[in-house]
Design a protein around this ligand. Structure first.
Ligand code: SAH
Length: 221
């Protein structure tokens, strides 16, 4: 599929460099700093919502460099993390080695989330849907619901006027990395499909700064 090839290529090249820095702690520009802090709040919120995850089998779909997977594993969850980008996974493994030493938890692999199989107590998918148009996002969510025994947490970028404007002026993906588009989704549309599939929203949180937008949903069967 066209969109996926673009996204994979982006996160293996310019996107990898950009996001590796944003999801790290070296010096970045003020837009990237703002995105870094916003994203950290998303991760923090998920960690809070999950409480003590020890013993849970957690699937982190589109895990990036492991920003959520690593703290989850450190807290005792059994984490199955995957990402479509080999570069992101390599970086995640490097951080795993640095932060957790020699361990096979999280278990990282390079895989399109639509090829994931198995059953998990919780499936998490953060800041991935923004890279896909609505039809793709819905198909991906449908697949993720099939992997989750009881709980699904995911984020998306909302259709808000400010984000629409940022997207227009290209601030959301500044510099040479404008090669992927930011897709915004209507919460009502996503939720109505999830409801049809037997899920209900038990918590939601909007995380918003100047350049970072994530609506975070916590769903249960
Ligand atoms: N969830 C991580 C990373 C977010 S960046 C975090 O919040 O820290 C988005 C990530 O999604 C990138 O690493 C990208 O490679 C990955 N991704 C995009 N499409 C994907 C797909 N179809 N399957 C798996 N991963 C995907």
């Amino acid at each position: 599929m066209q969109e996926k090839a673009i996204v994979r290529n982006y996160f293996n090249t310019v996107g990898f460099e950009r996001w590796r820095r944003i999801y790290g702690n070296e010096e970045v520009n003020f837009v990237q700093k703002d995105i870094r802090l916003g994203h950290a709040r998303t991760v923090e919120t998920v960690l809070q919502w999950l409480g003590d995850p020890s013993g849970l089998r957690i699937c982190d779909a589109g895990c990036g460099v492991g920003s959520l997977s690593l703290p989850l594993a450190a807290r005792g969850a059994q984490v199955f993390a995957s990402d479509i980008s080999e570069q992101m996974v390599n970086e995640a493994r490097r951080r795993q080695q640095m932060e957790l030493g020699s361990t096979d938890n999280p278990q990282f692999q390079v895989l399109d989330l639509e090829e994931l199989t198995g059953e998990y107590d919780v499936v998490v998918c953060l800041d991935v849907m923004i890279h896909y148009p609505e039809a793709d996002a819905l198909r991906m969510l449908r697949h993720l619901t099939g992997l989750a025994k009881s709980r699904l947490l995911f984020s998306f970028a909302p259709k808000t006027p400010w984000l629409t404007l940022l997207k227009k002026v290209g601030e959301f993906f500044p510099g040479p990395s404008k090669t992927t588009r930011a897709y915004q989704h209507r919460e009502a549309t996503l939720v109505s499909h999830l409801t049809e599939w037997g899920w209900k929203v038990q918590q939601r949180q909007t995380i918003q700064s100047r350049f970072y937008f994530a609506w975070l949903l916590d769903l249960v069967r």
